[in-house]
Design a protein around this ligand. Structure first.
Ligand SMILES: Cc1cc2nc3c(=O)[nH]c(=O)nc-3n(C[C@H](O)[C@H](O)[C@H](O)COP(=O)(O)OP(=O)(O)OC[C@H]3O[C@@H](n4cnc5c(N)ncnc54)[C@H](O)[C@@H]3O)c2cc1C
Length: 439
């Protein structure tokens, strides 16, 4: 049997939790008809890299609500207050919480929601348009889950992050030997220190460095090698001036800018968010390597300007064929474990592409309010979160803009509904009243 709801938010990450908070605060009736679904059995922030010592890179004030509604009960400060840690956090003297604490805050928000239903342990596998009207206008979505369940709704909000990028040479290798960063923290306790003596980390950005550091600390007998295509590790290139481009208010300017200006902004801002390390991480690694050289106990090596041409298994080993572009040499490196700090696929996730294709859209684009641009024959709304960097700027995949963006989406969703035909005709065509829709 199909359930009928008003809105289905796919994915229980920060983006859709911010949306859920905004719906509760701005449209309580709609919130009671909204379902948020998460494929895992709980909420966690970046669970693959949820390492105890890692910290968020943004201020705690950029939480799920404060920049939109500083009086929100869903603020990070209220979370700290309700868990008795406000004094302690203030005393810490840091604006950037531990990742673990951000993750716990997200769980607290999900549990504190009063009207939005949150369901776990089911992944959305397809979102199909359908018509409940005589004229064939596509005004509904049918959302399919891997459990076989089906939900029908008027609007969907897709906030599922991006797919891990696994470079071609590694795609067919076993998970016991080759791990992407998104699976790292979950597998770490299962790794056998006796069997993991040679670790190779691929990549030169923050996640790669965090994995290298963790392996170095937790596996005292392991040789830890880092292979990167770049000339060497470097810091994020940020300043208070370029940080202004992460303001939610900058989205308007970016969106209205010329294609050339946007491209320049994205190119110049790339190193403020990608392909760099936090200063503390860079410093810790360099100092450790220096100290190890002093004591003759070197276990970390870094290979720069290096490409992995091929990867295969040989018994329990992974054999990498690597090319050093500076020395113009090619050699084999053997490892017990390869860790991929190779980031995420730049293209939009498959679920989004399939949903768009189902309504005749090949080039996926959203309007200023994050609503998928569709033909006129489609009135069902589909909002996309976190995948609109080209049109909305460098902060689109980050926490910085979530609170304000969620408010903009709720405002647009309500306005868009007001322009759509009355429900009476649609319910009749659907074979009966559609519960949970259009009071
Ligand atoms: C290691 C790491 C550290 C980061 N640190 C920061 C930081 O400090 N500050 C910052 O601003 N940004 C940071 N980011 C960027 C990050 O993208 C954002 O912080 C934020 O997580 C984006 O939220 P999201 O909800 O869009 O996506 P995600 O956090 O990826 O959440 C998506 C959710 O959807 C679920 N899901 C996926 N597919 C389905 C499906 N088919 N059905 C149901 N559920 C599904 C996933 O399980 C997940 O819970 C970091 C990213 C990484 C990888």
């Amino acid at each position: 049997m199909e359930r009928h709801l008003s809105v289905v938010a796919v994915g229980g990450g920060p983006a859709n939790l911010a949306f859920a908070v905004a719906v509760e605060e701005m449209a309580p009736d709609l919130a009671g008809e909204t379902l948020l679904v998460e494929r895992h059995d709980d909420i966690a922030w970046q669970r693959g890299m949820l390492l105890p010592w890692t910290v968020s890179q943004v201020s705690f004030l950029k939480d799920l609500a404060t920049l939109r509604n500083p009086r929100s009960r869903y603020s990070f400060v209220n979370y700290l207050h309700s868990t008795g840690r406000l004094d302690g956090f203030v005393n810490l003297g840091s604006a950037v919480p531990f990742r673990l604490e951000v993750s716990a805050y997200l769980q607290w928000v999900a549990k504190s929601l009063e009207r939005v239903q949150v369901e776990y342990g089911r992944a959305v596998t397809a979102i199909e348009p359908l018509s409940s009207r005589d004229d064939g206008v596509l005004d509904r979505w049918r959302v399919r889950f891997d459990t076989g369940e089906v939900v029908r709704c008027r609007d969907v909000v897709i906030g599922i992050g991006r797919a891990p990028r696994v470079p071609a040479p590694f795609r067919d290798l076993p998970e016991e030997r080759v791990l992407h960063s998104t699976a790292f923290a979950g597998r770490l306790p299962l790794l056998d220190p006796q069997a993991v003596r040679r670790v190779v980390v691929i990549g030169g950005a923050q996640s790669a460095a965090e994995m290298l550091w963790t392996m170095y600390q937790r596996f005292p007998a392991a040789e830890c090698r880092m292979l990167m295509r770049s000339a060497g590790l470097r810091c994020y290139e940020s300043s208070a001036f370029t940080n202004e481009l992460y303001y939610p208010s900058f989205v308007d300017q970016f969106h209205a800018g010329s294609a050339e200006a946007r491209a320049q902004l994205l190119q110049e801002m790339h190193r403020t968010n990608y392909a760099g390390l936090a200063p503390g991480m860079l410093d810790a690694l360099y100092r450790q390597m220096y100290q190890d050289r002093l004591t003759g106990t070197e276990r970390i090596t870094m290979r720069t300007l290096t490409d992995v041409l091929d990867a295969r298994t040989d018994g329990d080993e992974v054999v990498l064929t690597v090319h050093d572009r500076l020395r113009a040499t090619t050699e084999e490196i053997r490892a017990d474990l390869v860790l991929l700090g190779t980031g995420f696929e730049p293209e939009k996730p498959e679920l989004i592409r399939r949903t768009a294709a189902a309504v005749g859209v090949r080039d996926v684009a959203v309007d200023r309010n994050y609503r998928l641009v569709t033909p006129d024959s489609v009135t069902a709304g589909c909002y996309l979160q976190g995948v609109n960097e080209e049109s909305h700027g460098i902060a689109d995949s980050l926490i910085s803009v979530l609170a304000v963006r969620a408010g903009e989406m709720v405002t647009d969703l309500l306005a868009h509904r007001a322009t759509r035909p009355a429900l009476a005709a649609t319910a009749a065509a659907d074979g009966g009243p559609i519960r949970g829709e259009d009071a």
